[in-house]
Design a protein around this ligand. Structure first.
Ligand SMILES: NC(=O)c1ccc[n+]([C@@H]2O[C@H](COP(=O)([O-])OP(=O)(O)OC[C@H]3O[C@@H](n4cnc5c(N)ncnc54)[C@H](O)[C@@H]3O)[C@@H](O)[C@H]2O)c1
Length: 374
C-alpha cells in the first residue's frame, strides 16, 4: 500500500490539502491521542488531510482533547479490541503515543512501565501484523540514551537507559527492528527530547494530574496553583548550576510525526530520529522566561539532584532535518513559554498578582535560585 507520490519531491501542503493513499485519506490510528502530544498531532494530521482515529484509555488523557476524528475509549491491553478497531476503521497506519511517561514513577514502579509500555505495545504490534497494517510511528525518548557521552547527542550514541521508562522504550525500538525484519513492518522511532508549549491557537495544551514537568509546574507556581516549583540540583557543572534540557514545541513535534508518516508511507526506510532543537536551556533560564512572560514571581524550592538525571540533554537533530526536511518553527524558549502560559492562564482565575505586567521583577529578572529539569 505504498503511496503514488514521493514525499521528498511532492510533500502535501501544510496546513490543508488531503493526504491520500489511492483515493482515500490515510486512516491513521493514534493511540494516546487524548494525551498531550497525541492530541496536538491528531489536530495537525486532520488539518494535513489524514483521518486520525484516536484510541485512548483516558488514563492520563482527556476526552475533550480528542476532537479530531473518531474517538474510541479502550486500552492497548485489550487485544481483541485492537483488532476490531483496526478492522472497523480500516486503519492503514499507526502513530503510537500511548504509554506511561514519568521517569521518577518508573523507578518506584517499574512493573507498571514494562506492562504498559512493553507488553501492551507488543499487543499493538501483533494486532498490526495480524491485520496487515505495515506502518507505525513510535514515540521514543532521549531517555533511551542514558547518561550522554557526548552532547549534542546523535542517534548513533550508545543506548544505555538509567531508568525503567527509558528501558521500556528501548525494548520497543528493538522489537520494531525485528518486527520490521520478520514481518515487513515499516517504522520510525522518534526520540523526543523535552516536549513543551501548547497549541498556538489555544485549543489544547499540557494537562497532567499531578503535573511533573518543569514548564507547566513553573507556570502553575506563577499562577499560585501550586506553592512552588522544585529545583532538583543546583550544583551541576553547568554555567548556572542547574540542569540543561532541549525543549521542543509540541506543534513542531506534531509536524515531525506527520512528515515521518508521510516518509514511510512513501517508501522511506525504517529508522530512529532525534527530535530536538539542538539548543539547551537551564532550569534557571526556564524560570526566568516564565517570570518574564507572566510578570509573576515563580516561587521555587531547592532539592537534591534526582537519581539518573543527567546534567545536560541536548539533541543533534541533523538527521531529522535532512531526512524529513523538518524545521522546528515554534521552539524558541519564549514562544514555548508564551503558548504554555496562554493555555494555563485561560484555564484558571488568574489572581491579580499573576496578571502579566502587574508584578515588578527584581533586577535579575529571575528567582536567583535553581530548579530541576524534566
Ligand atoms: N512529554 C514528553 O516530554 C515526552 C518525551 C519523550 C517521549 N514522550 C513519549 O510521548 C508519548 C506521549 O507523551 P505525553 O507527554 O503526551 O503523555 P500523556 O500522558 O499526555 O499521553 C499518553 C496518553 O496515552 C494514554 N494511554 C496510556 N496507556 C494507555 C493504554 N494502555 N491504552 C490506551 N491509552 C493509553 C493516556 O490516557 C494518555 O492520553 C509517550 O509515549 C511518552 O513516553 C514524551
Amino acid at each position: 500500500m505504498e503511496g503514488s507520490w514521493d514525499v521528498h519531491k511532492d510533500p502535501p501542503a501544510l496546513p490543508g490539502g488531503c493526504f491520500f493513499l489511492g483515493r482515500r485519506k490515510v486512516k491513521t490510528l493514534v493511540t494516546g491521542g487524548a494525551g498531550y502530544i497525541g492530541s496536538h498531532t491528531a489536530k495537525l494530521l486532520a488539518r494535513a488531510g489524514f483521518e486520525p482515529i484516536t484510541l485512548d484509555s483516558l488514563n492520563t488523557g482527556h476526552r475533550c482533547a480528542a476532537k479530531w476524528g473518531p474517538f474510541v475509549q479502550g486500552d492497548l491491553a485489550d487485544f481483541k479490541l485492537l483488532r476490531e478497531v483496526i478492522g472497523a476503521y480500516e486503519i492503514q497506519a499507526v502513530i503510537h503515543f500511548a504509554a506511561h511517561a514519568y521517569v521518577g514513577e518508573s523507578m518506584r514502579n517499574p512493573r507498571k512501565y514494562f506492562r504498559n509500555n512493553v507488553v501492551n505495545t507488543l499487543n499493538l504490534l501483533d494486532a498490526m501484523v495480524d491485520t496487515n497494517v505495515k506502518h507505525i510511528i513510535f514515540s521514543s525518548t532521549c531517555a533511551t540514551y542514558g547518561v550522554p557521552q557526548e552532547v549534542p547527542i546523535p542517534e548513533h550514541h550508545s543506548q544505555s537507559p538509567v531508568n525503567p521508562y527509558g528501558e521500556s522504550k528501548l525494548f520497543v525500538e528493538r522489537a520494531l527492528n525485528w518486527y520490521g525484519q520478520s514481518y515487513g513492518l515499516r517504522w520510525t522511532a522518534l526520540r523526543y527530547f523535552n516536549a513543551a508549549g501548547a497549541d498556538p491557537e489555544g485549543e489544547i495544551g499540557e494537562e497532567h494530574d499531578p503535573e511533573p514537568h518543569l514548564i507547566p509546574r513553573a507556570i502553575l507556581a506563577a499562577l499560585g496553583q501550586i506553592p512552588f516549583v522544585e529545583i532538583y540540583g543546583s550544583d551541576y557543572p553547568t554555567p548556572d548550576g542547574t540542569a540543561i534540557r532541549d525543549y521542543i514545541h509540541v506543534t513542531d513535534l506534531a509536524e515531525a510525526h506527520y512528515l515521518a508518516l508521510a516518509n514511510i508511507l512513501g517508501g522511506g526506510e525504517s529508522t530512529a530520529l532525534n527530535l530536538g532543537t539542538g539548543k539547551g536551556h537551564s532550569v534557571r533560564e526556564v524560570i526566568a522566561a516564565v517570570e518574564r512572560t507572566s510578570g509573576c514571581r515563580v516561587p521555587v524550592r531547592e532539592a537534591k539532584r534526582r537519581a539518573g538525571d543527567p546534567q545536560c540533554l541536548v539533541a543533534d537533530g541533523t538527521k531529522a532535518r535532512q531526512l524529513l526536511r523538518w524545521e522546528p518553527h515554534h521552539s524558541s524558549l519564549d514562544e514555548i513559554i508564551e503558548t504554555a502560559w496562554k493555555w494555563h492562564a485561560s484555564r484558571y482565575d488568574v489572581p491579580a498578582r499573576a496578571r502579566p505586567g502587574r508584578v515588578t521583577l527584581g533586577a535579575h529578572g529571575g528567582t536567583g535560585q535553581n530548579a530541576s529539569a524534566d
